[in-house]
Write a protein that binds this ligand. Structure first.
Ligand code: BES
Ligand code: MN
Ligand code: ZN
Length: 516
């Protein structure tokens, strides 16, 4: 997708679609808003007529299912493409996220219908306290993410929008500098999310741990990052018993992959990002039931998000040094599989009693967290993982759960969440949860007999391997992917399949670290 800023009013351009936002109107008759006078003139008064007939109401589209959200399309008489009005909802509830959803709805609603270029009239989206720069970012996000579809395995594809312009017009000419900078940055982030989704969507027959290593090598070569791949032999030498145990049942051997971005500022901090990379989670010997087991190809989403975060950080020259660790294995029940009752020794010597082979994410992360803290002494560690079904139950399929042992890190991530619209909610970690993961035979156990607070007992387990380093855990089990059933309730910028969740919020966090 090509994205650029244009100084002209969108109505002067020759895009296939010229897009304006419309706020929801009240019940009482009201005149056509002055902001839409230009649109009305462009279609020779047809908009005013439609407005008076209440064809245009400014209603937002809430989900992607049956709910009829509002897109109004006029053909411009001079043959200069189509004019599109998209509902933004009530003025009082307007936010950047509304703009993001609206932009996605336009590109999605009109894809495959002969349009290749879209011009967004920024002044109609920069309103009600949403600054031009913020609105521009939201429009770019929504358009780029909304246009993305995973079509690799389809023999026919519908024509997507290929070019998006953000038009300032005379009203916003004074904002050109800030809007240009914001659009360039956000386009890079959104394109990186698309790049991430393309890998995260690959099924497990294609995306083995070694394939993720190849992706990491390719990225490192392209961006000048340092990459180290630890294969099963190296993992044995390092005593990474967790990753080896989880990968033992698969013919595709496990890998730990380390990527280093040197950082844009010499006296910067070092942030480690550790991702769960289970290329397929069958549950292992504690095998999962068949329904929806196919979704477990997305169990590598945390690790793939780490690739995306490194890519965005390097492209945008973020200040901190960033070390990415991908803990990759396939969890299958085979002759070499680990079993309930096994005790595994992890990097650094801590031992884990295995009670359930389906609680494998925390077992691979134990090695990654131990390795990165002891080898790099980072200032802080963030892990990203599709870790627990309990997270989905607690927070739903749109929101990630956050557990953090450092206040500043937690607040930074929550601020980045608010800025990017990737929902994150903080959860507590107490001695109760720590108590529940104590083992009789090892330092810690990977499951508990009390099935309560599953997201938090998993967090207590992880903490063992990273403390005392300041740490934040993002459980993305809910928002990492959408299914045909859940997509219906998601904003139009989340397509069915992998969402690339985590890339936007963590990249924002890293970019903002330089400022705080
Ligand atoms: N990958 C799953 C968690 C998951 C569930 C992700 C649903 C996305 C959607 C994880 O490995 C798992 O199986 N967790 C178990 C842990 C339990 C056995 C302690 C769970 O949550 O049921
Ligand atoms: Mn599992
Ligand atoms: Zn898993």
């Amino acid at each position: 997708m090509k994205v650029h800023v244009d100084r002209r009013d969108g109505l002067e351009a020759v895009a296939d679609l010229t897009v304006s936002g419309v706020f929801e109107r009240g019940e009482r008759p009201e005149p056509l808003p002055r902001a839409l006078a230009g649109e009305d003139a462009a279609v020779h008064g047809a908009l005013r007529e439609a407005w008076e007939r209440r064809e245009v109401r400014g209603r937002p589209r809430e989900g992607w299912g049956d709910f009829r959200g509002e897109l109004t399309v006029f053909h411009r008489p001079e043959g200069r493409g189509r004019l599109v009005l998209v509902g933004l909802g009530p003025r009082t509830r307007y936010s950047a996220d509304r703009a993001r959803r609206a932009a996605a709805q336009v590109v999605k609603g009109l894809q495959g219908r002969g349009a290749r270029t879209a011009a967004f009239r920024l002044p109609t989206f920069a309103a009600e306290g949403v600054a031009a720069e913020v609105a521009a970012r939201a429009v770019v996000d929504g358009a780029v993410l909304g246009a993305h579809e995973f079509t690799r395995y389809r023999s026919t594809t519908g024509g997507p929008i290929e070019e998006v312009a953000v038009h300032l017009g005379p009203e916003l000419s004074g904002e050109e500098g800030t809007v240009r900078k914001a659009v360039t940055e956000e386009a890079t982030i959104a394109e990186t999310v698309v790049w991430t989704r393309e890998i995260a969507n690959l099924p497990a027959d294609t995306t083995t741990p070694e394939r993720l290593a190849e992706e990491a090598r390719g990225l490192a070569k392209e961006l000048g990052l340092k990459v180290t791949v630890f294969d099963e032999k190296a993992l044995r030498e390092m005593h990474c018993g967790g990753i080896l145990a989880v990968g033992g049942g698969s013919d595709h051997p496990p890998r730990m992959i380390v990527l280093e971005y040197a950082g844009g500022s010499r006296r910067g901090r070092t942030v480690a990002i550790v991702g769960k990379g289970i290329t397929f989670d069958s549950g292992g010997i504690s095998i999962k039931p068949a329904p929806r087991m196919q979704d477990m190809k997305f169990d590598k989403s945390g690790a793939v998000a780490v690739l995306g975060i490194l890519r965005a950080a390097a492209l945008l020259k973020a200040a901190p040094k960033v070390v990415g660790v991908l803990c990759c294995a396939e969890n299958l029940p085979g002759g070499g599989a680990y079993r309930p009752g096994d005790v595994v020794r992890t990097f650094g010597g801590k031992s884990i009693e295995i009670l359930n082979t389906d609680a494998e994410g925390r077992v691979v992360l134990a090695d990654g967290l131990g390795y990165v803290t002891q080898h790099y002494h980072p200032d802080e560690v963030i892990d990203v993982a599709t870790l627990t079904g309990a997270e989905v139950v607690a927070l739903g399929d749109d929101t990630a759960g956050l557990v953090a042992t450092d206040e500043k890190l937690a607040q930074g991530l929550l601020a980045a969440s608010a800025a990017t619209g990737e929902p994150v909610w903080r959860m507590p970690l107490t001695d109760y949860h720590r108590e529940l993961v104590r083992s009789d035979v090892a330092d810690v156990r990977n499951s508990t007999e009390l099935t309560v607070a599953g997201m938090l007992t998993a967090s207590a387990f992880l903490e063992t391997f990273v403390a005392p380093t300041p740490w934040a855990h993002l459980d993305i089990a809910g928002p990492a992917y959408t299914t045909p059933a859940t997509r219906r309730w998601q904003p139009a910028y989340q397509n069915v399949g992998a969402t690339g969740f985590g890339v936007r919020v963590v990249t924002r966090y890293l970019l903002d670290l330089a400022r705080s």
